[in-house]
Structures are given as structure tokens and as C-alpha cells.
Write a protein that binds this ligand. Structure first.
Ligand code: PRT
Ligand code: ZN
Length: 287
């Protein structure tokens, strides 16, 4: 049995549960429960506040966890980051009132000397200030950090930014990005062999599910004399699959393509004579 800690509610909860489902691990969406059990895998799920996850994994109350890299860095917990999970993207940035730096590129770190900075991430900020040789006062605040400058609590803030909308609506500009973050799978170093083997099985499934994201399976018929042009448009995993059609001079081509460039690829394929184009979802890619 292996025990996984995930966020009980909040931004990472749904995507964490979806990744488990995509990996074929069914857990009851027990938002109000503290501990749940997977139906078809030797896994227990511990539902926690995200701040507590790195420490709980380091202490051994859970073996592995899904949490933002920002929390791992802030807590400094003795855990290993075993996978980036490609959701919960954000950055930890410094922001100041727009009135101070109307052009953010004019900002220089030494401006912070002697100033006060509000944040919920004092440890990461301290490291940045020390590395930049700046002596500034850190004011630790839990929540609504973005109102600190307008409230006269601090000169600048150091907070999570995603779209940047919160900064704009509070009259702030981002002047330096200090840490890029996303959700990660963490593990306690030196897991016993039985738990390590379960972690490997989970990683194998996560990788297959993550690899298939943003990918589509494309099938089409194409005149055989245009095949080379089609190949140059398709960057398949190894090379596209080609099968002859019953009609002479025509072939069927199958390939995996990036969803982001799907329509562009389809338009170009049509332009070289592709017909009967089918676009299918890719559920898993197992390497
Ligand atoms: O209750 P619990 O302690 O578990 O949750 P929480 O309230 O501390 O965290 P939660 O659910 O807000 O976020 C969990 C994790 O999601 C964070 O630790 C990050 O790793 C990640 N994440 C991704 C974000 C954001 N994007 C995000 N935009 N966490 C917070 N925000 C907040 C940010 O604090 C700011 O107030 O959203 C605002 C900025 O968003 P934009 O889009 O306006 O820039
Ligand atoms: Zn939290």
C-alpha cells in the first residue's frame, strides 16, 4: 500500500483527481473525507491543505504527494520531485505599484533596498533577496497579499501570478519573475522496496496519460504520389503509418499530431490532396 497526499480543495484538487482517473486509479471524490482508498490499486489518498503536503510526505505520514513546486520550495521539506505534472502553472513574482514603475523594464532589484515586501512566501523571497544582496523587510501575510501596497502595508509584493489579472486590477505591475511553478509529484527519498515498486507503476501510468495530452490521432486518404509531402507535414512518434487503399494510386496515412497545430496541419494536408480526414482522441501513449 502506498499513501498519496493531494489538496483537499482548491486549485489543484480537480486536476489531481483527473490525473488519477486517467491513470486508471479510481478514488472516491471524498472532499469531506480525510482519508480515502482507491478501488482498484493499492493506494490510499490523504486529503490535505496544500501547505501541509510537503511536510507530511517528508515525515512519512504520506509516501508521495501532488503539490505546487512553490510549496515544495517554500517549506524546504526533504522530498524528491519525481515528475512535473503539467497543470497548476504559475510563477512567483515581485510586483510594485504601477505608479512607481509605469514601465516595468525600468525596475532594478536594488530599488528594493530598505523597502518592505508583503508575501506568503518568505523563505523563497529571502533567498532571492540574499542572492541579490538586498536588505529589505519581509512582511508575511496569509492571503490577499495584492492589497498590501494600496493599504500602506508594504512597498511591493511577492506573490503567485498566473494570468496577471489580479495584479492589473490592483494597480500593480510584475517587475521580476523569481520561480516558475507547476504541480509536481513528490516522494519521500528512500521509500521501502514495496512502495517504490508501486510508485514506479504509478509513474508509468502518469507518463502514459500525460504524454497523450494535447495529442490527436489523424487518419486520411492521400494520393500516393503526394506521400512525401504529407510526411513532411506530420511529425509522428517514429514515422507515419502508410497502408495501400484498394483503389490504385491512393494510400491511407495514420499519424499522431499536436492538437495545438491540428488545424494548420489539416489545412496543409487538404491542400496536397488529402481526403476523408478523421481526427480521433488519443487516450494513452505507452512508450
Ligand atoms: O486551502 P489550501 O491551503 O489547500 O489552498 P490555497 O488557497 O493555499 O491554494 P490554492 O488552491 O489557491 O492554490 C494551490 C496551488 O495552485 C498553488 O500553491 C500554486 O501552486 C497553484 N496556482 C496556480 C495558483 C495559481 N495558479 C493562482 N493564480 N495559486 C494561487 N493563485 C492565486 C494567486 O495567489 C493570486 O491571488 O491567484 C491569484 C493570481 O491569479 P491571476 O490569474 O490573476 O494572476
Ligand atoms: Zn495553502
Amino acid at each position: 500500500m502506498i499513501r498519496l497526499a493531494i489538496q483537499s480543495k482548491g486549485r489543484l484538487n480537480e486536476d489531481s483527481l483527473k490525473l488519477l482517473r486517467d491513470a486508471g486509479i479510481g478514488v472516491d471524490d471524498a472532499k469531506r473525507k480525510f482519508l480515502g482508498k482507491a478501488e482498484n490499486f493499492p493506494l490510499e489518498v490523504l486529503y490535505l491543505r496544500d501547505d501541509d503536503i510537503p511536510g507530511v510526505v517528508a515525515d512519512g505520514a504520506a509516501d508521495i504527494g501532488i503539490v505546487g513546486l512553490n510549496e515544495v520550495a517554500e517549506t524546504g521539506a526533504a522530498v524528491e520531485t519525481v515528475r512535473k505534472l503539467a497543470f497548476g502553472h504559475c510563477r512567483l513574482s515581485l510586483a510594485v505599484p504601477k505608479t512607481v514603475f509605469p514601465a516595468p523594464e525600468d525596475f532594478f532589484p536594488a530599488w528594493l533596498q530598505g523597502k518592505s515586501i508583503a508575501t506568503s512566501y518568505p523563505r523563497i523571497l529571502r533567498k532571492y533577496l540574499d542572492e541579490s544582496g538586498i536588505d529589505a523587510e519581509i512582511r508575511e501575510i496569509r492571503g490577499s497579499v495584492e492589497i498590501a501596497p494600496a493599504a500602506g502595508i508594504a512597498d511591493a509584493i511577492f506573490d503567485i501570478v498566473s494570468s496577471g489579472g489580479t495584479l492589473v486590477s490592483n494597480g500593480l505591475v510584475e517587475v521580476a519573475s523569481v520561480l516558475r511553478s507547476e504541480a509536481v509529484l513528490i516522494a519521500r527519498p528512500g521509500l521501502p522496496a514495496e512502495k517504490q515498486a508501486l510508485l514506479e507503476r504509478i509513474l508509468f501510468r502518469f507518463d502514459a496519460a500525460l504524454e497523450s495530452r494535447g495529442k490527436k490521432y489523424l487518419l486520411m486518404n492521400i494520393p500516393t504520389d503526394r506521400l512525401q509531402e504529407a510526411f513532411s507535414l506530420l511529425q509522428a512518434m517514429r514515422s507515419p503509418t502508410v497502408m495501400p487503399l484498394a483503389i490504385p494510386g491512393w494510400s491511407s496515412v495514420h499519424s499522431v499530431v499536436e492538437e495545438a497545430s491540428l488545424w494548420q496541419t489539416v489545412e496543409r494536408l487538404k491542400a496536397i490532396g488529402a481526403e476523408g480526414i478523421l481526427v480521433l482522441n488519443v487516450d494513452k501513449i505507452i512508450d
